[in-house]
Design a protein around this ligand. Structure first.
Ligand code: ATP
Ligand code: MG
Ligand code: MG
Length: 286
């Protein structure tokens, strides 16, 4: 008797990764669609729901409820598909099911990829990027005001709600501000190639909410600037991480150049707070 399969019709797999998968579902009794994220229970899995249940904001994915199952169904979580099969051994794995607001299948990563294939005017991209950046900053300001740190901001974890608003998702690495001495971070984010959004101090000692500001700086850069592929991408990215932007970027987007540089300060204490950023970006109009 699985609550998942008795309450919902499973429509499609929306995403999967090393730590779980996300399904689009329809409630059997209501004409409503949701996203249900299934993760294998681990040491810190309850943190994600604990945090989400505290947060209510139009730029944060809305959370409804969670439950645990140990149903005789083993969810095979693999890189590109999710499927269920009968359990073949006695090891009863527990799974956490998180019911949340369904968002568009197009993540911010897809948005960026799409913009990079269109030959958009700089001014148009600038305007659209500002609107998105303002909303992400709004969500981050709220997260920080509730004394949480997201720690995994990146375009794949930023979605578009069906209400058209930008929504921050994936609270799988969330922690509370000033209390982050755990091994989960390295376990779960590891080193995934050159395109990392992690602040330099995040790999080492202690750090605080300013790691989110660093990631946000890189995201804003990527919203505006078409990165090439392959080796060159890595070079431009590494330069950006140390506040060196292509000359053309700084000339085309002087205001953004300044603010993004401040967000990428190596010393976290010199990076602006989310509320300061939000106030600044709200003054802008392109
Ligand atoms: P990662 O390994 O990247 O950290 P994850 O397993 O922790 O991923 P999420 O990032 O929460 O899980 O979700 C994985 C993907 O599923 C997202 O990148 C997104 O494409 C999709 N997704 C997640 N939540 C939703 C939602 N509420 N609505 C629509 N799609 C979603
Ligand atoms: Mg994710
Ligand atoms: Mg995650």
């Amino acid at each position: 008797p699985s609550r998942f399969t008795s309450d919902f019709d499973i429509m499609e797999c929306l995403g999967s990764g090393a730590f779980g998968c996300v399904y689009k579902v329809k409630h059997k009794l209501l004409p409503k669609h949701y996203a249900v994220k299934i993760v294998r229970c681990g040491k810190n899995s309850l943190r994600e729901v604990g945090t989400l249940s505290d947060l209510l904001h139009h730029n944060i994915i809305r959370y409804y409820t969670f439950w645990m199952e140990d149903t005789g169904h083993q969810w095979n979580i693999s890189a590109d598909s999710c499927s269920s099969s009968s359990k073949s051994n006695n090891s009863s794995a527990k799974y956490l099911y998180i019911q949340m607001e369904l968002c568009d299948t197009k993540t911010l990563k897809v948005w960026i990829d799409e913009k990079n294939t269109q030959s958009l005017q700089d001014s148009k991209r600038r305007e659209e990027s500002l609107k998105i950046a303002q909303q992400i900053v709004g969500g981050v300001e709220y997260i920080h005001s509730q004394k949480h740190v997201h720690r995994d901001l990146k375009p794949e974890n930023i979605l578009f709600g069906l209400d058209g608003q930008v929504k921050i998702g994936d609270f799988g690495l969330v922690t509370s501000d000033y209390d982050n001495d755990d091994s989960a971070l390295m376990e779960r984010t590891g080193d995934r190639g050159t395109t990392t959004y992690m602040a330099p101090e995040q790999k080492t000692e202690s750090y605080d909410r300013k790691v989110d500001i660093f990631a946000l700086g890189l995201i804003y850069f990527e919203l505006l600037w078409k990165l090439s592929t392959g080796h060159e991408r890595g070079v431009v990215w590494d330069d950006a991480r140390s506040q060196k932007f292509p000359e053309e970027f700084s000339l085309t987007f002087p205001q953004e150049d300044q603010i993004i540089k401040s967000m990428l300060c190596e010393k976290p204490e010199y990076r602006p707070e989310a509320n300061t950023l939000k106030a600044e970006l709200e003054k802008w109009k392109f």
